[in-house]
Write a protein that binds this ligand. Structure first.
Ligand code: ADP
Ligand code: MG
Length: 473
């Protein structure tokens, strides 16, 4: 029993690892795969049909096999069975079910069948290189970033910060609304710098994580190590979402000294923020002033032509074939936020692939019409609270209660985050709407922003609720 749990854990870790590096359609494919067994290096899998088996073989197995090989120390052979998958998913997987759970279904052991594609070769990192920064999305490169007039300055400045020529400003402060490509640009700098010189020591961190690491360092008396990482042993500091330092006085103080130390050593620093430095709330004046020492570049909502180009680029990256008219239709239909634009494309592609049809204009029109017809313009906190309650199957009283039960707290934090993202409301207003102090709301929004990046389950919850809010669920 213990052993089977252990094997299952290996499988799950390999799937999660691979999902993190794969297109967003990953879960749609994996919902049609079943894990049967892993004994003596034989991985027994089941697929709903040959098509799914071949696709998964070609696209995802090498990474999974490699991960399993490292975890178990065995060379891995695959035994496929086609058919007999328990509860195969007919159309879209249930929204409320988190992605992680969907991907894996255990079942009793079966004897392995023949057929075994060889395991792929391993690429080991040279030991002398510094560890690669955590949390980088391999797709967030300059190559995958579409530059339109709305982002020219930010893009050029980011390229220069990565050593790509042009005057290098430090600090570079990238700011603008949500889902407009700030994190993408920030990570592109890291990728580019590492591609040029893998010995460069890059600290890539969200302000949220910086805060948590700082607190942990104090607790465990590891301030020396913390300071080494962000000062002495850092060639480039990239800080995402600095607005989340709001109200954290001690972290701001530490951050101030980090900044000064790096600046004195002429190490480049890049920040992103959801607003201009001068508009940052509850931020020390001296930090705000430093944020503006170099260059402040904003990213704006892209214009139509750029949105079309972004859709095409995303389709290319995700391996989706799109007619030009479909790219245009999408770009016309989703205007304000690139993340939503991308989400719509991916849903369309996933649905088409499950139905076994191309993403042609007729299909896209029909899907987008459904979205738009039912799109309720979300205008108030109530509506978001209702959508969140519906998703998590809670009563609205739970959301406003003092209950700290984990599930309820998550739902509450998610609701606060969505309100802040989608409505023009201040933290104190939100505090009142949730019967909480405004600092609670600030910390909830911070938490969910960080989780959205790091936790696939939270991302699945948010996607599902956002679909409901935009009427496409
Ligand atoms: P922000 O950090 O500003 O909230 P992100 O960098 O997370 O936004 O971008 C949201 C999504 O939109 C990402 O998947 C990103 O790749 C994509 N995106 C935004 N702008 C562009 C662009 N100009 N070209 C390509 N993709 C973009
Ligand atoms: Mg971001």
């Amino acid at each position: 029993m213990e052993q089977s749990k252990e094997l299952h854990r290996h499988w799950r870790a390999a799937v999660d690892y691979t999902r993190g590096r794969s297109p967003a359609t990953f879960d749609r494919w994996f919902s049609r795969i079943q894990f049967d067994d892993l004994t003596d290096g034989v991985l027994s899998l089941r697929a709903t049909d040959l098509f799914v088996r071949d696709w998964v073989c070609d696209h995802y197995l090498p990474s999974i096999v490699e991960h399993l090989r490292q975890a178990t120390g065995l060379s891995i052979q695959i035994a496929w069975t086609v058919g007999g998958v328990e509860r195969p998913v007919a159309s879209e997987p249930a929204e409320a079910e988190p992605a992680k759970k969907r991907a894996v279904r255990a079942s009793p052991k079966r004897p392995p069948a023949p057929a075994a594609p060889p395991a792929p070769a391993v690429v080991a990192a040279a030991p002398s290189l510094p560890p690669a920064p955590e949390g980088l999305n391999p797709k967030y490169t300059f190559g995958n970033f579409v530059v339109g007039p709305s982002k020219q300055l930010a893009h050029a400045a980011a390229l220069a910060a990565a050593g790509g020529g042009g005057r290098r400003y430090s600090p570079l402060f990238l700011c603008g609304g949500t889902g407009l490509g700030k994190t993408h640009l920030l990570q592109a700098i890291a990728h580019q710098v590492l591609a040029r010189d893998p010995h460069k020591r890059i600290a890539y961190v969200s302000a949220e994580r910086f805060t948590n690491e700082f607190i942990a360092a104090i607790q465990h008396k590891k301030m020396d190590e913390f300071r080494r990482r962000y000062r002495a042993e850092c060639d480039l500091l990239l800080v995402d979402d600095v607005q989340f330092l709001a109200g954290r006085e001690q972290t701001q103080e530490e951050f101030f000294h980090t900044f000064n130390a790096l600046h004195a050593l002429e190490k480049p620093i890049v920040f992103t923020s959801d607003t201009y430095p001068q508009r940052l709330e509850r931020m020390e004046e001296r930090l705000i002033s430093r944020f503006t020492w170099g260059l402040v570049a904003d990213v704006q909502v892209p214009e139509l032509e750029t949105r079309v180009a972004i859709v095409r680029k995303k389709a290319e990256v995700e391996g989706v074939w799109l007619e030009d008219e479909v790219a245009m239709l999408l770009a016309q239909s989703v205007r304000s936020n690139v993340r939503e634009l991308e989400g719509t494309l991916i849903r369309l592609a996933a649905k088409a692939s499950l139905l076994g049809r191309p993403v042609d204009l007729a299909f896209a029109r029909q899907e987008i019409a459904v979205v738009q017809a039912s799109r309720p313009a979300v205008t108030n906190v109530d509506e978001i609270q209702r959508a969140v309650c519906h998703h998590f199957q809670l009563r609205s009283a739970d959301l406003l209660s003092k209950d700290r039960h984990k599930g309820i707290a998550l739902a509450r934090h998610v609701a606060m985050y969505l309100c802040k993202q989608r409505l023009r409301v201040s933290f104190p207003e939100l505090g009142r709407a949730f019967c909480k102090d405004h600092t609670t709301v600030i910390s909830a929004v911070r938490k969910v922003t960080a989780l959205r990046e790091s936790d696939p389950q939270v991302r699945a919850h948010l996607d599902a609720i956002e679909r409901r809010l935009t009427g496409s669920g």
